[in-house]
Design a protein around this ligand. Sequence first.
Ligand SMILES: [Zn+2]
Length: 344
Amino acid sequence: MISAARSVKTAGSVRIPTMPSQIKYVLASDIGGTNMRAALADRSGSLVARGSCATEPEKGLPSAEERLRALFEKVASGVPREQVGGVVLSSAGPIDPTTGVYVHPPNLPGWHGKTMKPGLATSLNLPVTIGHDATLGALAESRYGVGKDAQHLLYVTLSTGVGGGIITNGQMVTGAHGHAGEMGHLLVRPGGQSCNVGCDGCLEGIASGGGIARATVTAIENGRSTRMLEMVGGDTSAISSQIVFEAAADGDTLAVEVVESVVDAVATGFADILNTLDPEYLVVGGAVTGALQPYWSDLEALIEDKALPHFKDAVPLYVSLLGDDVSLVGAAAHAFDLADSVSG
Ligand SMILES: [Zn+2]
């Protein structure tokens, strides 16, 4: 649970009771390349009002900023403004966590060098903070998710990309520049298929949705036969990770090979991060995690093989319960922490 503001301050030897924080709500947003979501959250972690709209990045950042501001006004319209503590934005990036300036964001074309942080702070008259989406996901899991009250937790999302966040001693680990936790770029198979950033054989290159599709198409182009070609009417550009998992479930040899390669890569990456950070929980979310469920016991067994011996029969692997809301809930938790650190 989010802790309430400290109720007592000391002044010399006299303990003076203070008013509980009047902050009852915060605003959270999750900005992706396709959709922007906004929510009003309360201290229980509930998203009590929410809205979303298309990001339409090609219309430019000022257009998106204005639509996001309108969403915030809408979700906060039912509560007194003095009860709203602040705003935390979880955004697709790369984004400078201090200034909110985007740095060549691949999924937000045209937003490079721009920021909506100062404009939103002015128009909403609230402090605006930028968070790293997977790190906020880790915070959410440690406060409200499967790892509730955990002090040491890792969150990994296996999806279009592969992201990660770290909680140590109950705190988000952000690193010197706000980029800590990029577990998607662990080199799990040096020289293997590269990710969009260009590292050869990283976890994202092999186990992201796009990586799974590309590995399959490459094998087909190299002459492998597969029923997947029939499934997509001969159009290899229509092969997605979903198609691959469907074909694997039907026993298609190539699809099974690709999925086994993904499970092996994920196990290698997870063994590395378990050995490095020794968490109580390793929580995994994202669409690829859902598709991997039939292979979960294989994954756990492989992690045991690859990790240090003390993880034998003790791999702390869990599936996220917060689903698509994980970054929004984490943004809300962070916003309350920030509001309480000011008012407490
Ligand atoms: Zn990479």
